[in-house]
Design a binder for this molecule. Structure first.
Ligand code: G6P
Length: 478
C-alpha cells in the first residue's frame, strides 16, 4: 500500500548483524538524528522510513527479504555508497557546514572530487526514485540531512503532487566557507533544497546562515517574524512557481522517556560499577561521537589546565569522557580518536596518583554506560566548535541525579535555548573553559538545582514527537 508519511535518511533506525548462529539480528542505529526520529515515528505507525543498507548484515537482509515493519533499506552499490557517504557527505559537506577544513591543505576540488560528486548524485537519485515509488498521492515526505540535499529537487520533478520537507541536523556553513565549494555544487545544492516546500533547521542561526549563504537566483522578497518565540524566516523563491518556507524547529528531548531509559536495571548495574571506580569524587561528564567538531581534545586540555591552576580539585574530581567510535573509515577520524586516547593517557600519567585516575575514557558504543554517567554528572561539558543542536547538552540536565552545571560552548545549536542557565564558553578558549569548569564545580548546590530545573524545562520544550508533528502540520497545511 502506498504510504502517506515517509521519512528518508541515510541511517535507519536499526542495523542488522550476523548472530553467531548465522541468523540476522537487528540493533538500534546511533546518532542524534536516529534517536530523535525513532521516538517521533513511534507515534506514526503507518510511516515508512527509507534508509541505506549500511553494513554487510543490512545488505544481506535486503537480499533475503528480511525487514522490520515501516523500514525499507536501499541496497546501493558499495562503491557508489562509499564515494557519496565518505567521499562527499562526510569529507566535504560535513566539513563545510562545521568549518573543519585545515585551510592550507584543504579542500581540493579536482577530477577525483568530480567523480565522487557524481556518485553523490546517483546516491541521492536512488532515494528520490524509491520515495517516488512508495509515496501515495499528495503524501508528506520528510527528507533528513546533508547526505540527501539533492533529494527534494529530484523528487519534485518526479512527483509534483508531494509535500516535501527537508531537515538539516547540522549547522549551515557561513557564506565565506560555502563559497569555497565549486560553483556547480552550490547551484545543485540550492536547486535540490529549494525543491522542498519546507526547510527545517535546529536554530534560527542556521536558518539565517542558509538564507544568507545560498545564491537564490530569481528569489523574491524575504521576511522575518517572531512567532511564539521562534524566529521564523521566510523567503519566497520562484522554483516551479512555489514557495519554500525556511524555519527553525529546535529538537528537544522527551524527559519521561529518557528518565525511564536511564533507570533500566542494565543502567543501574553500570552505575554501580562506575560509582565504585569514582567514589565520592565530583564528576565532569561528556559523551560524544569521536567527532572532530565535538572538540574533545580542547576539552581535555581545559581539564588539565583546571587541575594545574586549581590544584585543590586534584583527587577530588574525575573527568568521565565517553567518545564512541564514528566514521572510522576516514583516516582523519581514526587519527582523532587515537589523539583523544593519547591525551587522556598523558594527563593520567602526568597527574594521576596511586588511588586517583583523573580521566576515565571509554571509546566504545555503550549507551547504558553513557546514561549511567549522565546520572552521576555534577558538571556536563559540551564544547563543540560548531554543532547543529547537540542533544547531550539537553539530556544530561534531565537525567543527572544531583543536578548538574552545564559548561556549554557558543558553537552548539543548544546554546540558543540554554545559554541563560549554562556557563558559556568560546570553544577555542581553553583557559576560559578551564575557568568555567572551576566555576561549575564550585557552584553552590541551591544555584545548581535552580539552573538544572530551568535547563531541563528548556530541554524538554519540543520533544521529538512534537518536533516531528510541528513539521508535519506545517507541511500539510500550505
Ligand atoms: C549527525 C548527523 C546525522 C548522522 C549522525 C551520525 O547527527 O547530523 O545525519 O546520522 O551524526 O553520523 P553517521 O555518519 O554515523 O550516520
Amino acid at each position: 500500500m502506498a504510504s502517506q508519511v515517509l521519512v528518508a535518511a541515510n541511517r535507519g533506525p536499526l542495523s542488522y548483524a550476523h548472530a553467531p548462529d548465522g541468523t540476522l539480528s537487528a540493533r538500534r542505529g546511533g546518532g542524534g538524528l536516529v534517536s530523535g526520529l525513532s521516538a517521533a515515528l513511534a507515534e506514526q505507525p503507518d510511516a515508512v522510513w527509507i534508509c541505506a543498507a549500511l553494513s554487510e548484515g543490512d545488505r544481506e537482509a535486503v537480499r533475503r527479504g528480511v525487514s522490520e515493519p515501516g523500514v525499507r533499506m536501499l541496497d546501493i552499490d558499495p562503491a557508489v555508497y562509499d564515494a557519496a557517504y565518505n567521499g562527499i557527505a562526510n569529507s566535504v559537506l560535513w566539513f563545510t557546514h562545521h568549518h573543519l577544513y585545515d585551510i592550507p591543505r584543504e579542500p581540493v576540488f579536482d577530477a577525483e572530487f568530480r567523480r565522487r560528486w557524481d556518485a553523490y548524485v546517483l546516491y541521492n537519485r536512488a532515494f528520490a526514485d524509491a520515495l517516488a515509488a512508495e509515496a501515495g498521492q499528495g503524501a508528506a515526505v520528510l527528507v533528513q540531512d546533508y547526505q540527501l540535499a539533492l533529494v527534494p529537487g529530484m523528487l519534485r520533478v518526479l512527483r509534483p503532487d508531494l509535500r516535501i520537507a527537508h531537515f538539516t541536523h547540522t549547522p549551515w556553513a557561513s557564506p565565506d566557507v560555502l563559497r569555497m565549494l565549486p560553483r556547480y555544487v552550490v547551484e545543485e545544492l540550492t536547486w535540490g533544497m529549494l525543491g522542498a516546500d519546507l526547510l527545517g533547521f535546529h536554530t534560527g542561526e542556521w536558518a539565517r546562515a542558509f538564507l544568507s549563504a545560498m545564491p537564490f537566483d530569481g528569489a523574491e522578497g524575504s521576511a522575518e517574524e517572531v512567532r511564539e518565540g521562534i524566529v521564523e524566516h521566510r523567503r519566497e523563491s520562484v522554483w516551479a512557481r512555489r514557495t519554500t518556507e525556511v524555519r527553525a524547529f529546535p529538537l528537544g528531548v522527551d524527559g519521561d522517556d529518557l528518565r525511564a531509559l536511564a533507570h533500566r536495571p542494565e543502567v543501574d548495574d553500570k552505575l554501580a560499577g562506575l560509582r565504585a571506580e569514582v567514589g565520592d569524587r565530583k564528576t565532569i561528564v561528556r559523551v560524544d561521537r569521536t567527532e572532530l567538531s565535538k572538540n574533545i581534545l580542547r576539552g581535555l586540555l581545559a581539564y588539565r589546565e583546571l587541575l594545574m591552576t586549581h590544584p585543590e580539585w586534584r583527587e577530588r574530581v574525575v573527568h568521565m569522557a565517553s567518545a564512541y567510535p564514528s566514521r572510522q573509515d576516514l583516516a582523519v577520524y581514526r587519527e582523532y580518536t587515537a589523539a583523544v586516547r593519547e591525551l587522556a593517557a598523558q594527563i593520567n600519567a602526568e597527574l594521576g596518583t596511586a588511588d586517583w585516575q583523573p580521566v576515565l575514557v571509554s571509546v566504545e558504543d555503550d549507551f547504558a554506560r553513557s546514561l549511567a554517567a549522565y546520572r552521576m554528572a555534577d558538571v556536563a561539558l559540551v564544547n563543540p566548535v560548531r554543532d547543529g543542536m547537540n542533544l547531550v547538552a539537553k539530556e544530561i540536565p534531565v537525567v543527572s541525579e544531583a543536578g548538574c552545571a552545564l559548561v556549554l560552548s557558543t558553537g552548539a545549536g543548544a546554546y540558543e535555548e540554554l545559554r541563560s542557565d549554562a556557563l558559556t564558553v568560546n570553544p577555542y578558549d581553553v583557559s576560559e573553559t578551564a575557568a568555567a569548569l572551576h566555576a561549575a564545580l564550585a557552584m553552590p548546590d541551591a544555584e545548581r538545582a535552580e539552573r538544572t530545573k530551568r535547563l531541563s524545562s528548556a530541554a524538554t520544550a519540543l520533544p521529538p514527537t512534537s518536533w516531528f508533528t510541528a513539521q508535519l502540520t506545517t507541511l500539510q497545511s500550505p
